[in-house]
Design a binder for this molecule. Sequence first.
Ligand code: HEM
Length: 346
Amino acid sequence: MPAESKSAEPLRQGAASASLPTRAYFDPAQNAWVLSRYKDVLDALREPALRQEGPEKAPPQVRNDVSAALSQAMLSEWEKEIEPLADRIIASMPRDRPVELVSEVIRPWSLAVTSVVLGLDASGARQLAALAPRLFANDAGVQTPLRSRRSFRGMLQGVRRRIVRVRLDRLLRSAHVPGVQSLFLGLTQTIPEFLANAWLALLENPSQLARLRAEPDLIPKAIEELLRYSGPVHTLVRRADQTVELAGVRVAEGERVMLKMAPANRDSDHFNAPDSLDFTRRSAGHLALGGGPHSCVGALLVRMSAICATRAFVEKMAGAKLIEPAGWRRGSTLASPCSLRVLRPG
Ligand code: HEM
């Protein structure tokens, strides 16, 4: 995966429903077919002749390991510990200066959640927190792979000093949790990237933020809609193992196919008024967590933790205002704000 580049508001440019092509096309610059209609992308995700390619590819064992770690009983246990974490962090934020939500709230929260899920003791949690400046150093250079062992090593290479990599590796191994590297990446990279996207969407839609404060029971539905509206995974890549008819085109054996997830989630043939954030719509069926045989194994953990954090955000940050445009980072798979400077209401 190439290093990330910073660019202005790439998600919205990529996702705007008005810019959707009507059918699949071949992009010579990418040397790949590009699919961005909801139905085409869903068909491709379910197509057995297409195999995963790129940093999002997880070895089959990882799927089993992560599922084994995420039992319903464990999720219920973790929820009790995760519930108060965001509340505590946000409550400690000052009101007399701007707060940068990504570095001051979202990432510390994600490390605290990681400690809970990996069962780190107090010393492990302290060690992880001490590694944070290295883990999140150099936004522009650190890659944001999703899951595979190879990608994990890629991320570790982004952690500059070797001694830090060794400590992190030892810490994770000592957690004795199946699929620990995938869990770690999901918790410290993908979930924070989703929260940054989601909270930006709320800050930009103050009436919706106020509505959630008045009707907190809507938050689970809101998380589903925020996944649809601003999920962080914008592109997945597949390669054809055999020639296949897809989206009205013939994809020859060996050809690549790019699945444009963000535009598919804004397809007006599937979602009414797709560019508006509407917590009462039926967002189920969105593709933010994939679909078909490789859909996200961490989906329940994503939903539970995002609901907990967003509950605290809605309660304590209603009325917060962005004081400058969000900074963005974009990788080949994920895009998210890397800085969200806000002023809390007094
Ligand atoms: C908001 C956060 C997350 C998002 C948006 C997300 C999104 C996705 C997507 C789109 C896929 C499909 C990849 C494909 O079809 O090629 C996927 C797969 C996967 N996700 Fe997540 N994910 C998130 C968090 C997590 C977490 C926390 C974990 C670990 C607990 C996790 C573990 C996995 C695994 C292991 C797969 C691979 C499944 C397979 O290839 O069979 N994800 N995720």
